[in-house]
Design a protein around this ligand. Sequence first.
Ligand code: FE2
Length: 283
Amino acid sequence: MLTAEQKKQFEDNGYVVLPDFKSHTELAALKARANTIAAGHDFDASKDVFSTHAQRGPQADREQNYFLGSANEIRCFFEEKAFGADGALVQPLAQSINKIGHAMHDLDDVFSDFSHSEKLAELAADVGLGQTQIWQSMYIFKQPRIGGQVDWHQDASFFKTTPQSVTTFWFAIDDATLKNGCLWVEPGGHKSPLRQKFIRDGRQTKLIDLDDTPWPDTDCAIPVEVKAGTLVCFHGFLPHCSAANISDKARHAYTLHVTDAACDYAPQNWIQRSKEFPVSGFV
Ligand code: FE2
């Protein structure tokens, strides 16, 4: 699947960019399904916001239950800036959802078709994954005007395996540009230490600092502007972030977080599966 040069890019830089990985037909099917799920969200039952930096508010227990319950369900989260001071949506519902997570790849036929294929299995093998395990799917809307920034982080903080194996498969559903909040990465940054880990302890979750290596600055980070259909595949230690979407169009993306079954998956990881709902691989 990958050329020798692309394999070397992944090893040296911690990521590889694969244009035209998905067809326009596949993108359109996934986008339509995501929009249908978002439009069907029960607005009155849940107004939960997803943010990588906000403090949890007075609804903390209920919000935490909604978040934890999303591990193996299909749930919608609002943009942080979706609501005005009066509590009403500032944009229509369809332009207010931040993301859908986190098990559509196993629970929804359209998402499942998009997320499982021989082509993905071949790519996974080329970047060093043996028997793949897809733990999480996220459909990210990055809504126009209110689509929030995602702070610098490493995805391995959320999916610890020993040895490290988590790899991110990031699909551009729309063109991703500087103006609409494309990914930023630090080429080679996957060789830096893991800075934080996110663990679950009962009903509690916490982000624990592990290493004080600074996050990248503008000198060493680069934007990854890509066309719709592109797959960006990156190492779990690669620092990445995205800016807010200040354009007037949404910037949809879809991600899968995948580990190697030969590595030990930490029991403290917030997403766990049971015998009744086992984790699936690409094929
Ligand atoms: Fe990430």
